[in-house]
Design a protein around this ligand. Structure first.
Ligand SMILES: [Fe+2]
Ligand SMILES: [Fe+2]
Length: 444
């Protein structure tokens, strides 16, 4: 017996038996058409942002978008530009979809490396009463077909790095314009995208609905994310995965289950390594009431980093560039090194928070050095600086700027591109619109 027939029969039996529960269940199949008229809001759009491509990788891609009401979102993707070969993937993983009223996350898996895909987004509007009473009361699809290209050793080696954008929209608008002009394979957002965000809607504004003209700034260019100290501040920031999905579970070992932010991606001749320096204050700093656990987190990333650097695709890349938010080196003797116990202050050091992370430098620096890492790109200090390699530290460090729009403190887009056998880095000054400085690195 088909379910519909069963429910009709059940209604008869239920009526005869006087069972209110069965009768209610039987009515559910008849309800949607009437309910759609009753419940659908007038004229409100369900899809509330352009899609954002998250977690650039060889064989997977994350797609996130905002919705205005409870929705079951999906992505249709394929190799054909008209999506005639399109496959539909629903939000969430197996078993139950993740109906949500603010953010939809769809993970596309099993993709081919260095391959172009086309996609579009859609969502069913859901009226959910309880486990037996749920209705599709509308559907919306963004008519726009977007595209992306996955990472891999045959991908174009071209990246951009941004940092410390801090929701300063006029500067962020110029940053996204520069990225559109440069058209890189991926953008690494190197932390402090936020300030201190208490509600998920604040994070939606940061990533999916920033107050800039190019609403689709991340719809065709995939992003990677190395969080900063400000990205874990505020109640919403404590669970950043509600807006920026973790890396695919099959992209990390079970030992590294909690390390959803680290990335090791091969893009042409370049290996990109992402690390998370966490807060710029000690876990025991009384300001934070014991609510952080970054020291153990930094240590846990050591084993992940060792394995990532040893993996064939990463080890064989001619160029190794690493990213984290807080610097791993500072030439100034009074720069706070982030390990001034118990409360981040000591005579002779400026400020009561880390300007650089000596603990991370000790944990990760030698591994990067041994692997022949040529360059570490960081942020956090809001002022562009280049630190040349020194004896015992083979990698150079570039500190990206931040949006104060002054001659000394300007936003940067740090562009890396392989030409011939060299990695060329251009530091674009967003304040002047000119290239501030350029650097060239030889293959390792
Ligand atoms: Fe910052
Ligand atoms: Fe920072």
């Amino acid at each position: 017996m088909k379910r519909r027939d069963f429910l009709k029969s059940a209604a008869v039996i239920a009526a005869a038996a006087g069972s209110a529960d069965l009768l209610a269940a039987a009515k559910t199949v008849e309800a949607p058409a009437e309910r759609a008229e009753d419940i659908a809001p007038e004229g409100g759009k369900l899809i509330a942002s352009a899609p954002m491509l998250q977690n650039y990788a060889e064989k997977s891609m994350g797609v996130a978008f905002a919705v205005s009401a409870l929705a079951n979102g999906y992505v249709i993707y394929g190799r054909q530009s008209d999506l005639s070969d399109g496959k539909k993937v629903k939000c969430g993983g197996f078993r139950a979809t993740t109906i949500h009223n603010e953010v939809i996350h769809v993970r596309l898996k099993g993709l081919e490396p260095a391959t172009k895909y086309y996609y579009k987004i859609g969502a069913d509007r859901i009226d959910y009463k309880d486990g037996y009473h749920m209705y599709v009361i509308g559907n919306e699809e963004d008519p726009q077909i977007y595209s992306f290209t996955t990472a891999g050793k045959d991908a174009k080696a071209h990246f951009c790095v941004i940092n410390d954008t801090h929701k300063r929209w006029s500067s962020f608008a110029k940053i996204t314009e520069k990225i559109a002009e440069l058209s890189p394979s991926t953008v690494i957002w190197n932390g402090d995208a936020n300030n201190r965000e208490e509600k998920l809607s604040d994070l939606v504004e940061t990533f999916l609905n920033p107050d800039i003209p190019a609403k689709d700034y991340a719809s065709r260019t995939p992003f990677l994310f190395a969080p900063g100290n400000h990205d874990q501040r505020g109640f919403a920031g404590r669970r950043m995965e509600n807006i920026w999905m973790f890396r695919q579970p099959d992209e990390r070992a079970s030992r590294d289950w909690d390390l959803g932010r680290n990335f090791a991606v091969r893009m042409g001749e370049v290996a990109l390594i992402g690390l998370d320096t966490g807060e710029d204050k000690l876990d025991g700093n009384p300001l934070f009431a014991g609510l952080f656990n970054n020291e153990a987190y930094r240590e846990a990333q050591v084993a992940w980093l060792e394995d990532a650097l040893a993996s064939k695709e990463i080890a064989e890349a001619p160029f190794l560039v690493a990213f984290c938010h807080i610097p791993l080196f500072d030439p100034r003797p009074d720069a706070n090194p982030g390990d001034l116990y118990p409360a981040d202050v000591a005579p002779g050091f400026k400020r009561d928070y880390a300007a650089w992370q000596r603990s991370c430098s000790k944990l990760w620096g030698p591994l990067l050095d041994k692997a022949g890492c040529q360059l570490l790109i960081v942020g956090h200090q809001h002022c562009f600086r280049y630190d040349a390699p020194t004896e015992g530290r083979g990698w150079a460090q570039i500190v990206g700027g931040a949006p104060d729009n002054t001659e000394e403190r300007f936003s940067t887009v740090i562009e890396g591109k392989v030409k011939g056998k060299k990695l060329r880095i251009n530091v674009h000054n967003i304040h002047t619109g000119k290239v501030q400085e350029s650097f060239t690195f030889k293959a390792r």
